[in-house]
Design a protein around this ligand. Structure first.
Ligand SMILES: NC(=O)c1ccc[n+]([C@@H]2O[C@H](COP(=O)([O-])OP(=O)(O)OC[C@H]3O[C@@H](n4cnc5c(N)ncnc54)[C@H](O)[C@@H]3O)[C@@H](O)[C@H]2O)c1
Length: 264
């Protein structure tokens, strides 16, 4: 895919537990296609871990610690990326959080925080990266939603689903506003993906005693392909939408779910 020397700012580049997350696999996948990676994460260790994987391949990467909800930190990270690499061609909005629970269990403060990370952070970043993209004659924004943003998956995940739905429409709005400037904006909608965070964040929805095998088996069984997706399979979709191969694709969603949403 055509990503040679494209500067990619990957927000949420790390993994919230040891192993391969979507962000980390995306850093490596995009770098394999020639991209220069700015790995941004709230956790410095996680950002460095992702950047290290790119450097191991012989690629170029920079690790930056920033919380996507902190406009000053994001501005500083973008200034550093601009200074080091001359501008940002691709922004990937991958940082995302959630909390299991429905109307009764979800506090207003939960919704506020999840909204800030999953949705509001895109406004912060878009304001900062889009002017440079316009100046450079184009760019690509890829946001990472979830099938929970378009379907009910059998357990209450209210704030997560609501914010992931908002992210889809937010991305379409950016796509239309900036289509004439050569900026494309699209969303990847992953299904049930086997990343280390599932055990941490959603295991209670699948197993009363958080049994890892039970969680994995139940998630696998729900999918028509009889397995969860890998972070690499999501990373390939992100790389495609980021690349020039997707030059006529904007304002849309790419669902990567092994057929899951087709069941509903
Ligand atoms: N794993 C799945 O099944 C699945 C399915 C659909 C969508 N997604 C989405 O894909 C994305 C990545 O998921 P994952 O499973 O790889 O998650 P993960 O938790 O392993 O990785 C997310 C990374 O984002 C970082 N992060 C979180 N909040 C941040 C903030 N405020 N500022 C900066 N960085 C922050 C974390 O430190 C972590 O390194 C998320 O947006 C998630 O909602 C995941």
């Amino acid at each position: 895919m055509k990503l040679e020397n494209k500067v990619v700012l990957m927000a949420g580049a790390g993994s919230s537990a040891p192993g391969w997350s979507i962000g980390k696999a995306s850093c490596v996948t995009l770098a394999r296609h020639g991209a220069i990676i700015v790995a941004l994460d709230a956790s410095l260790d996680a950002a460095q871990d992702a950047a290290q994987e790119v450097l191991k391949l012989g690629g170029k990467a920079l690790a930056v610690q920033a919380d996507v909800t902190d406009p000053t930190a994001v501005e500083q990270a973008i200034a550093l990326a601009n200074h080091e690499f001359g501008g940002i061609d691709v922004y990937v909005a991958n940082a995302g959080i959630g909390k299991i629970g429905g109307v009764t269990e979800t506090q207003t403060s939960d919704l506020d925080r999840i909204y800030q990370v999953n949705v509001q952070s895109l406004l912060t970043a878009a304001k900062l990266v889009i002017p440079g993209m316009v100046q450079r004659g184009g760019g690509s924004i890829v946001t990472i939603s979830s099938v929970a943003g378009i379907r009910y998956l059998g357990y209450p995940h209210l704030a997560y689903g609501v914010t992931k739905a908002a992210l889809i429409q937010f991305t379409r709005m950016i796509a239309h506003e900036y289509a004439a400037d050569g900026i494309r904006a699209n969303t990847v909608v992953p299904g049930l993906i086997d990343t280390p965070r599932i055990q941490k964040n959603v295991s209670s929805a699948f197993s009363k005693d958080n049994n890892a095998d039970e969680v994995r088996n139940k998630r696998n069984q729900q999918v028509p392909m009889q397995r969860m997706g890998t972070p690499w399979e999501v990373a390939n979709a992100i790389a495609f939408l980021a690349s020039d191969e997707a030059s006529y694709i904007t304002g849309t969603e790419l669902i990567v779910d092994g057929g899951l949403t087709g069941k509903f």
